[in-house]
Write a protein that binds this ligand. Structure first.
Ligand code: URA
Length: 288
């Protein structure tokens, strides 16, 4: 086994041990938990599922880049791959009238997901996404917290309230935008998602992005930026300029949870949102 795969497997096992889990059972039946070294599903297959569900013309989607052909058995698992390099953009846009159904199809494909350790780490609800399937603006966060895990809706806790305020300050309502996360299940103790968890989940987010096809994406915080752009850089390096992702313009800003801890940075986040407003022709609502 390659070193990276061995390291990944060790991390995976240690993770379960830390959680106090040594045997795996579901509904009283033993469950075979595949290790990352034995899972044979390729990124290409995982990416193809939501694309197919989104009624994208598969004939126009030639999923070939070598980066996405790697299986978990290969060392490339720990390499970051941008969403743009995960799969080609679909040749056809999903009609606005079909987007809700296309998103539903991806959600159905996810099902009662047990593809990664988060399924066994105290998750109650899979938090799929929320908002307008035809939104011009999409926000991507890190992963659900306790409130989201309980409600099944992203960004409903304290950070969510701040995000709502940010959206309102842009002259929009929450229902006007689409909101999703890098992972759809709550990481225990709100830790940052492990690469294997983000990698397992990101094909579904990619499918959502390809269905909604927003004009602008806002990556909330470093985790979202890292996985969407396939590069680990500081927020200072990433903020204040445009990136691209799945045919959309992407801007990186602070995660609302960070802004709650350090409200002095709210002015900086507002600068990022003003870039978005200029791009979308939005005006802040008049005060009073
Ligand atoms: N933080 C996130 O990144 N996502 C949520 O849905 C809630 C909090």
């Amino acid at each position: 086994m390659a070193d990276d795969a061995r390291q990944q497997l060790r991390a995976y096992v240690e993770y379960f041990r830390d959680m106090g889990v040594h045997d795996f059972y579901r509904n009283g039946e033993p469950v075979a938990v595949e290790s990352p070294a034995t899972v044979v599903t390729t990124h290409a297959e995982r990416v193809a599922v939501p694309l197919a569900a989104a009624t994208v013309d598969r004939a126009q989607v030639s999923i070939a880049p070598s980066a996405i052909e790697k299986s978990y058995a290969e060392p490339a698992i720990s390499k970051l791959v941008s969403f743009d390099d995960l799969a080609p953009l679909p040749g056809n846009r999903v009609a606005v009238s079909d987007r809700a159904d296309a998103l539903k199809a991806i959600q159905t494909e996810i099902g009662d997901c047990t593809r990664c350790p988060l399924a066994y780490a105290g998750r109650h609800t899979i938090v799929f996404g929320d908002g307008d399937p035809g939104a011009r603006l999409m926000f991507v966060g890190e992963g659900p917290g306790a409130d989201e895990d309980a409600s099944g809706v992203p960004f409903v806790g304290k950070a969510g309230q701040l995000l709502n305020n940010m959206i309102n300050a842009m002259g929009l309502k929450r229902e006007d935008v689409y909101i999703a996360n890098i992972v759809k299940c709550r990481p225990p103790a709100n830790r940052v998602p492990e690469p294997v968890e983000a990698d397992t989940c990101k094909g579904f987010l990619l499918g959502q992005m390809d269905v909604v096809q927003p004009q602008v994406v806002v990556a909330l915080g470093a985790t979202a930026a890292t996985y969407l752009l396939g590069a680990k850089q500081s927020l200072a390096e990433l903020r204040g300029r445009w990136h691209s992702c799945r045919g959309a313009k992407l801007v990186v800003t602070y995660h609302p949870a960070f802004l709650l801890r350090d409200p002095r940075q709210k002015g900086e986040a507002w600068k990022d949102l003003q870039m978005v407003m200029a791009e979308l022709g939005l005006k802040a609502p008049a005060k009073g």
